[in-house]
Design a protein around this ligand. Structure first.
Ligand SMILES: [Ca+2]
Ligand SMILES: [Ca+2]
Length: 343
């Protein structure tokens, strides 16, 4: 698949940002990173499974198809089994078993790239350091399980399918989970722990239930152009949180609990709650709800605990599109970084 496939997505996420400044900054950062030692990752085939184990350094790794084989490549100075790269699978673009990754201490990066099929499960555990993890055009035929630690973790799925369940647990830190143009056939479960977290589910199909728990901290979550075939459960914890559904259908029941803090719940364009919907503002004195004219509740609705019935467009724009802190800005930056790792 050519990288042009992602151009519309990148354009959509980019909005009015000034690209030149960010590009310059990233180039400078990458230049600095290349000068630092970046450790070694051990890559082994155990049965049908591909197992990666990092060391205490900042490891940066790409798994990609090259010449019809699956190659694990070290980036920014990282070596694989002491070499620049490792041919994990010869003559096939499928990993016949699981992909199991633990990159150890340090701020680690892993990008898994286009057209790889993982016939088993994917398990990524990175309890120490900040984690950057991206899957682009990957077919996971089993489950996806991602567990990261206290630092600021960023997880991206683009054009990726998970036939089983997907569970992403990022614990403390300012975490970002971005899922776009993807399909999860089993249950999707995202828990981002304490800290100011961001979650984006965009242009995706969730064939089972979706659960979102953003924990404490000032969190922002957007579900856009997405169908959830079963139930949606969202809890945004303490702190001033923002949850928005845009052009989205929930076929099952919805329970959105904004909990403590002055929260905002927003729907835009056509949003259909087909099952019972419970949306609660919680204890904040200034909880606000803003439902679009195209929002329908086909079954029962219990909307409680909101004192204000509008959310300013300027606030929504700021949360989503601020050039430094906007949720969609951060998601686009993450995608650019994953694209660079896979380039
Ligand atoms: Ca490491
Ligand atoms: Ca974290």
């Amino acid at each position: 698949m050519s990288s042009d496939h992602f151009a519309p997505l990148r354009r959509m996420f980019r909005g009015p940002r000034v690209r030149t400044c960010w590009r310059w900054k990233t180039s400078a950062e990458q230049f600095e990173v290349r000068l630092l030692p970046a450790g070694n990752v051990t890559a082994t085939i155990v049965g049908d499974n591909l197992v990666l184990a990092g060391d205490a350094e900042d490891n940066s790794v790409r798994i990609e198809v090259d010449g019809g084989n699956i190659i694990v490549t070290g980036l920014d100075g990282t070596t694989i089994n002491g070499d620049p790269d490792f041919e994990a699978v010869t003559g096939s673009t499928n990993i016949a078993g699981d992909l199991v990754v633990d990159l150890g201490k340090g701020d680690d990066k892993l990008a898994v790239g286009d057209t790889i099929v993982i016939e088993g499960d994917v398990r990524v555990t990175d309890n120490s350091g900040a984690t950057t993890l991206g899957f682009r055009s990957v077919e996971i035929q089993g489950d996806l399980l991602v567990k990261t630690g206290r630092k600021n973790d960023r997880i991206s799925l683009v054009g990726t399918s998970v036939a089983g369940d997907a569970k992403i647990v990022t614990h403390r830190g300012k975490d970002l989970v971005s899922i776009s143009q993807s399909t999860v056939t089993g249950a999707l479960d995202m828990a981002t722990g304490r800290g100011t977290d961001g979650v984006v589910v965009d242009d995706s199909t969730l064939s089972d239930s979706a659960r979102l728990d953003t924990g404490r901290g000032r969190d922002a979550a957007l579900i856009r152009d997405t169908t959830i075939a079963e139930n949606l459960s969202a809890k945004t914890g303490r702190g001033r949180d923002f949850l928005m559904l845009d052009d989205t259908t929930v076929e099952g029941e919805t329970e959105a609990l904004m909990q403590q803090g002055n929260d905002a719940f927003v729907t835009q364009d056509t949003v259909e709650f087909k099952g019972d919907a419970v949306i609660r503002g919680g204890r904040g004195r200034k909880d606000a709800i803003d439902l679009s004219a195209g929002t329908t509740f086909d079954a029962g609705q219990k909307v409680r605990g909101f004192r204000i019935e509008s959310v300013p467009t300027s606030l929504i724009d700021s949360i989503l599109d601020d050039p430094d802190t906007g949720l969609l800005t951060l998601a686009a930056d993450l995608q650019d970084e994953i694209d660079d790792l896979l380039a």
